[in-house]
Design a protein around this ligand. Structure first.
Ligand code: UGA
Length: 441
């Protein structure tokens, strides 16, 4: 089998590398020549545990290559995966599909034999059919089902565990247009290694696969937002949200995952996908009001986290020094997109505080987005002269701080833990006033 993957962003690069690990010949294509050069030198454009080794091994063994030449790369392939970006369009929140359609047109012009054209990017319902139209317009000589098929194969990769998620997924979803027998066979063959470990591949209609992707992400965002609001209630009535999550999560119908209360979800997927689903649903005359509320509650929550920090400082942050640990939207990534810190930091600055921050992988990205704060060399350095220590992201290295060093670094004795990474009694024993989420202060 041979495939091309268009776009070496997060999804494209991880998927391309993992397919090559399955034994398929893969060429990953990107227009950005400097990016391709860097990857060829072994420098990954994103931080993802294990990715550099995976890429290096498969390149060395001749199954994985990188190119800027789309036309040459799609010659003779069984499938072309479109994994280009679909950012939220400025102004109306719809997913911007111009990169997807541009890629589809370029692929069509270069096709020299049958290929399945597969959308891996997260695209609104109906996009697959439009991709088919774009292809047929660019190449009226091509016949759907004979010369190409259009397939939707959404990804369910979590940043930080993307390789494991690809290699051992809960399921693979493949949507095709009626009669796309060859398209289905190509996809079945590509994912054959998963059949050996009994991972299900679910074949559906094209539109169904597109809906599954959004439904999954929006459901998870709803689950998180639900537990976050439960946390607010717990704080008011003296309950413990961690135990509430455990107590409901042990019910198999609910499940224990994605019930960790925090400062609100962020990242490149949940915020964007919730917005896009809400728009699609409104346009279709079937509004999904629960997701509309989720978006509103989550946005408000991020800003409200800054208020909690000010409250912990006695209601006035003017002249106060904040030591902030964690800037990325979650651990094991350098991704800052829609991170809660992007709402919290400006609100704290506005309230008159000064901030010294540290993140194990996100400093480079953060510096592009957050100005007016100091960046520290490590966690203890971030606490220098701090009145309050704030945990914003639950990196493992923050879970076992040396309390003697913390006390030496910061004169303040206040901790605001937005990720509940510490045991309240333990921190109190160390002499700190500890505020966390959904538990007694
Ligand atoms: C998410 C989905 O989990 C993937 O299945 C999906 O493929 C991906 O989006 C995508 O569409 O590409 P990701 O954005 O990498 O993956 O990160 P998650 O681990 O899902 O976390 C998202 C946000 O929710 C983070 O800000 C995280 O801190 C927050 N979260 C997650 C919580 O606040 N509580 C939880 O219990 C879980």
């Amino acid at each position: 089998m041979r495939i091309a993957v268009i776009g070496t962003g997060y999804v494209g690069l991880v998927s391309g590398a993992c397919f090559s690990e399955f034994g398929t010949s893969v060429v990953c294509v990107d227009k950005d020549a400097s990016k391709i050069e860097r990857i060829n030198r072994g420098e990954m454009p994103i931080y993802e545990p294990g990715l550099d080794d995976l890429v290096a091994r498969n390149v060395k063994e001749g199954r994985l290559e990188f190119s800027t030449d789309l036309a040459a790369s799609v010659k003779g392939v069984d499938a072309v995966f479109i994994a280009v970006g679909t950012p939220s369009r400025r102004g109306d929140g719809h997913a911007d599909l111009s990169y997807v359609f541009a890629a589809a047109e370029e692929i069509a012009k270069a096709l020299d034999g049958y290929a399945a054209i597969v959308t891996k990017s997260t695209v609104p319902v109906g996009t697959g059919r439009k991709v088919a139209e774009v292809v047929m317009k660019a190449r009226p000589d091509l016949e759907l089902g004979r010369d190409f098929d259009v397939v939707s194969n959404p990804e369910f990769l979590r940043e930080g565990s993307a390789i494991e998620d690809f290699m051992r997924p809960d399921r693979v979803v493949v949507g095709t247009l009626d009669g796309a027998t060859r398209g289905r066979e190509v996809m079945r063959a590509l994912y054959r290694p998963l059949a050996l470990i009994e991972k299900p591949v679910l074949f559906t209609a094209l539109e169904t696969a597109e809906v599954i992707k959004y439904a999954a992400n929006c459901f998870l965002a709803t689950k998180i937002t639900f537990i976050n609001e439960m946390a607010n209630l717990c704080e008011q009535v003296g309950a413990d949200v961690q135990d509430v999550a455990k107590g409901i999560g042990l019910d198999n119908r609910i499940g224990n995952k994605f019930l960790h209360a925090g400062p609100g979800y962020g990242g490149s997927c949940f915020p964007k996908d919730c917005l896009a689903l809400v728009k699609t649903a409104r346009d279709a005359g079937a509004p999904i009001r629960i997701v509309e509320s989720v978006i509103e509650v989550n946005e408000g929550r991020k800003v409200d986290m800054a208020r909690r920090i000010v409250d912990a400082l006695g209601g006035d942050a003017k002249g106060k020094r904040v030591g902030l640990l964690g800037l990325t939207f979650k651990p094991n990534t350098d991704d800052m997109r829609d991170s809660p810190s992007l709402a919290i930091v400006p609100a704290l600055l506005e309230a008159g505080a000064s901030i010294r921050a540290y993140d194990p992988e996100g400093m480079h990205e953060a510096q592009k987005l957050l100005s007016g704060i100091e960046y520290a060399a490590d966690a203890y350095d971030a606490l220098k002269d701090a009145d309050v220590l704030v945990f914003c992201t639950e990196w493992n290295q923050f879970r076992s701080l040396d309390w003697t060093r913390v006390r030496q670094a910061m004169p303040g004795r206040i901790i605001v833990d937005l990720r509940n990474i510490y045991d309240p009694t333990r921190v109190a024993r160390e002499g700190f006033t500890y505020h966390s989420i959904g538990r007694k202060a």
